[in-house]
Design a binder for this molecule. Structure first.
Ligand SMILES: *[C@@H]1O[C@H](CO)[C@@H](O)[C@H](O)[C@H]1NC(C)=O
Ligand SMILES: *[C@@H]1O[C@H](CO)[C@@H](O)[C@H](O)[C@H]1NC(C)=O
Ligand SMILES: *[C@@H]1O[C@H](CO)[C@@H](O)[C@H](O)[C@H]1NC(C)=O
Ligand SMILES: *[C@@H]1O[C@H](CO)[C@@H](O)[C@H](O)[C@H]1NC(C)=O
Ligand SMILES: *[C@@H]1O[C@H](CO)[C@@H](O)[C@H](O)[C@H]1NC(C)=O
Ligand SMILES: *[C@@H]1O[C@H](CO)[C@@H](O)[C@H](O)[C@H]1NC(C)=O
Ligand SMILES: *[C@@H]1O[C@H](CO)[C@@H](O)[C@H](O)[C@H]1NC(C)=O
Ligand SMILES: *[C@@H]1O[C@H](CO)[C@@H](O)[C@H](O)[C@H]1NC(C)=O
Length: 756
């Protein structure tokens, strides 16, 4: 009864464990490493860095020079994402390498994790607003994804309506198993695959589909969310039916496959981002992260590679992680990228349970089987722990009352092969249950009481179960997914993370038709579309909208695009609307859950004012975080003297921690750039923060021309002890003509900053 996506995640976890043990037995002597080098130390004799790295590897080799070929040790040379290479080295080779000219540092090649789903913690069932404009925006903007590959035949990647590929594009489509460049078109303009690192770490592994082709479905899903073309008649077995399209249906897609069902390694991901930067993507969408917690930014390849992307003007949207809902769980929180949490929207997938007396009860479900209007005898069994031993209920719908062992009862009911089962429970419904593989309904205690009374009163109680209804406009949306990871980000606490929420729960998008999406009575089912949940689904939504902004404002920096998305986001969160069970989620949502709020594509195209930032600003932040020269060089690929330091990044949000004395005084300085009406004025409006005095100076900003920059100071002052661990409010610059609201979340917290 486990839903397939759950299995995919579990399977991936198992394989990763296996690969790690292979690594230690087979390669007792050698390990794969990522090596950072100082390019300025390259001897003049070398024409390029690649030859220098190969020569370096060869010079430190334990193997006798006659049998040695550098290719047996060297994995990748990186040119854009980091300065350095990856290689398989013994410990004595590594020691020699450390003494070689230009060596900066090295780390073991480590596995990353894919951020698809976290079904067991899932709360609520609804999805994409679908209200986003079907515009022609996004045309010619190129979105690169590092993912599981792509199913090129999917209708989402049809190039109907697309113009010729811009000449600035340097990417191409690689050939491999069941894949060649003839499968690319004006929509899918690049496709590569990277598994040399995976193979270096697992020498015995045989990869069956060795190409950019997506055998899992995840990459096809994320790519179609970001920039899929229109597909009429899309649905998941009748659920969510309608026309599917990506956020930027006219943007182009380049897929860099580095995630394999066998695992995903840092060395391959770096190679993928390296190529994407060189090919000339405008936007990167990343739905994977380090499995390690609390690492320094210079240990986080995703942070390092995306710094290089940011310097090239590439906007990066990355998933916040699915380890909510505790503090400090967010991943991909580097200040130069946009960290995306997952929210739900106003759609539910339902079935109807009809009693013989005509009364109906709606329930959430994703059961993919066919509906039956046939009325069956209804039997009330109380607990259903022993039903599998009874043959007599085969043609009945059984009603089971949950007594804290629901998974057990569901399993027993399924093996009893009953016509259907109705579970009366007050456990919060998880996607795991609603994706049942036999006709099952989960209903609340009140409705359950009605059903039990009906059964007990009638001589011949009957009922029927119908599936595949989609209800739009459910009230509890939008709200943050319980699984969405929460801030602060341990490796960079002075920047508030996550940044924003986008739809991530039960998102319908294209799928690999060879990857099973569900089971009915243990038969696998296949579909061209799948409904998935996770911050993996949220990041490509933002990547698509960023493409729209990039199209409207080609000269905007990644920070400007981020600012536009954040300051126009909708901070409304209905997590606490009591229409659903919110058993393990009852604290009011704060910016540590939702960032600036749910993105609003329409408004983000015209934000009025932006908080811009350059690479130098991020370097000043790293300097103020007391990063060493070497650490900063690993991240930025350049040597910095840190003459200027500032923790006060020009960021569209604010976070302050109580000082070591417990007192609360914090000053922020920010600069706004006018991108709205040339002559315009704005007035500061702050929402009160419990126990904290918020002051803005000046309170009015008067702009006289486009692109003019004006600065202000925000001060927070509070008592020794905060009443709540997290106190939050906001600063909004209100356009005096009423056209713009430029809003930033503010957090003051007594959480104790952790050092990674
Ligand atoms: C490219 O792949 C397609 C689909 O698999 C195949 O029909 C075609 O013959 C291939 N072309 C070449 C040149 O290999
Ligand atoms: C149950 O579903 C039906 C059909 O989709 C709908 O008309 C009805 O309003 C729903 N009832 C409730 C109580 O939500
Ligand atoms: C549902 O019915 C259709 C048409 O009768 C059939 O093609 C399909 O296989 C059925 N699906 C399942 C899951 O039984
Ligand atoms: C649930 O009820 C069954 C009988 O229907 C009983 O055997 C079982 O121990 C009960 N479980 C709990 C946790 O109360
Ligand atoms: C329903 O929830 C309440 C409170 O969470 C709990 O005390 C009660 O035991 C639950 N009832 C069942 C039948 O699970
Ligand atoms: C976005 O703008 C379009 C076109 O102006 C409009 O049709 C649509 O309703 C707007 N959507 C939202 C959510 O405001
Ligand atoms: C950096 O070091 C200085 C001097 O030791 C110290 O005052 C400051 O608090 C440190 N900053 C951070 C962010 O740790
Ligand atoms: C440091 O910052 C000041 C003021 O922002 C600027 O004038 C100066 O050029 C900066 N120095 C360096 C080395 O970046």
């Amino acid at each position: 009864m486990a839903p397939p996506i759950f299995k995919v995640v579990v399977a991936l976890g198992c394989i990763l464990l296996i690969t790690i043990s292979l690594l230690s037995s087979v390669l007792a002597q050698s390990n794969a490493y990522i090596i950072h080098m100082d390019l300025s130390a390259m001897p003049k004799a070398f024409s390029d860095h690649h030859n220098w790295y190969l020569t370096t590897v060869s010079s430190i080799s334990d193997t006798s020079k006659t049998t040695f070929t550098p290719n047996s040790k060297h994995i990748y040379t990186y040119a854009s994402s980091v300065h350095g290479f990856s290689a398989i080295l013994t410990s004595s080779e590594l020691e020699k390498l450390k003494k070689s000219p230009g060596y900066i540092s090295s780390t073991r090649d480590r596995p990353l994790k894919v951020l698809t789903t976290h079904t067991s913690q899932f709360l609520g069932l609804s999805s994409v607003s679908g209200a986003w404009p079907a515009t022609n925006y996004g045309e010619d903007v190129i979105i690169g994804l590092v993912d599981t590959g792509i199913w090129p035949e999917s209708e989402s990647f049809s190039d109907e309506g697309m113009t010729v590929i811009p000449s600035r594009w340097k990417g191409k489509c690689a050939s491999g198993t069941r894949f060649n460049s003839s499968l690319c078109n004006k929509k899918l303009i690049g496709a590569h695959f990277y598994n040399k690192g995976l193979l270096a770490n697992n020498p015995k592994l045989k990869i069956s589909v060795n190409s950019p082709r997506d055998t899992s479905g995840h990459g096809t899903h994320t790519a179609s969310i970001a920039a899929g073309n229109y597909v009429k008649g899309a649905s998941y077995f009748g659920y969510a039916s309608g026309t599917a399209s990506g956020m930027a249906p006219r943007a182009r897609i380049a897929m860099y496959k580095a995630i394999w069902t066998y695992g995903v390694y840092e060395s391959d991901v770096l190679a993928a981002i390296d190529q994407a930067i060189q090919d000339g993507v405008d936007i990167l969408s990343l739905s994977l992260a380090f499995a390690l917690d609390d690492i320094f930014l210079e240990d986080d390849s995703m942070a390092i590679a995306t710094f290089a992307a940011m310097e090239k003007g590439i906007f990066v949207a990355a998933s916040a992680g699915n380890d909510g809902s505790l503090y400090w769980t967010v991943v991909n929180g580097a200040p130069w990228l946009l960290t995306v949490g997952a929210g739900t929207v106003d759609r539910e997938f339902e079935g109807i349970f009809t009693l013989g007396d005509g009364n109906q009860i709606n329930f959430t479900t994703l059961y993919p089987g066919n509906s039956s209007l046939i009325q069956r005898p209804l039997v009330f069994l109380d607990g259903c722990e022993s039903v599998h031993k009874m043959k007599k209920f085969k043609n009945n719908i059984i009603v089971c009352k949950d007594n804290l062992s629901i998974s057990d009862q569901v399993e027993k009911a399924e093996s009893a092969k009953v016509s259907g089962a109705v579970f009366v429970t007050n456990i919060s419904l998880s996607e795991y249950y609603t994706r049942s593989s036999f006709p099952a309904a989960f209903i609340g205690l009140q409705a359950g009481q009605k059903v039990v009374e009906y059964i007990q009163k009638r001589n011949n109680p009957k009922g029927s179960l119908q599936f595949r209804k989609t209800i739009i406009g459910t009230k509890a949306a939008p709200k943050v997914g319980g699984y969405s990871s929460r801030g602060p980000f341990p490796s960079c606490q002075h920047v508030l993370k996550p940044d924003i929420l986008a739809p991530g729960s039960l998102v319908l998008a294209s799928w690999s038709p060879i990857s099973s999406v569900a089971q009915v009575q243990s038969h696998p089912l296949f579909s061209k579309f799948n409904l998935l949940s996770g911050t993996s689904m949220a990041a490509p939504h933002v990547a698509g909208v960023a493409a729209l902004i990039k199209k409207a404002h080609p000269d905007w920096s990644p920070a400007a695009i981020r600012s536009a998305l954040m300051t126009t986001a909708n901070p409304l969160d209905n997590t606490h609307n009591p229409i659903k069970d919110v058993a393990n989620f009852n604290l009011a949502a704060t910016p540590l859950d939702i960032g600036a709020g749910h993105m609003d594509p329409n408004k983000s195209l015209d934000p009025g004012l932006i908080y811009d930032a350059t690479a130098e600003d991020y370097i000043k932040l790293l300097c103020a975080m007391n990063y060493t020269k070497k650490q900063i060089q690993i991240i930025t690929r350049s040597t910095q003297n840190c003459l200027n330091k500032s923790l006060d990044l020009n960021y569209p949000s604010f976070i302050a921690y109580s000082g070591s004395d417990g007192k609360f005084v914090h000053e922020f300085r920010r600069t706004l750039t006018n991108v709205g009406e040339a002559i315009s004025s704005y007035t500061a409006k702050v929402t009160p923060m419990n126990g904290i005095k918020v002051n803005v100076e000046p309170e009015k900003l008067i702009f006289n021309k486009e692109h003019e920059k004006l600065s202000f100071k925000l001060t927070l002052e509070g008592p020794k002890l905060l009443e709540d661990v997290v106190v939050h409010g906001s600063l909004s610059w209100m356009h005096d003509g009423g056209k713009y609201v430029v809003r930033s979340p503010i957090v003051a917290t007594s959480l104790v900053p952790e050092s990674p």
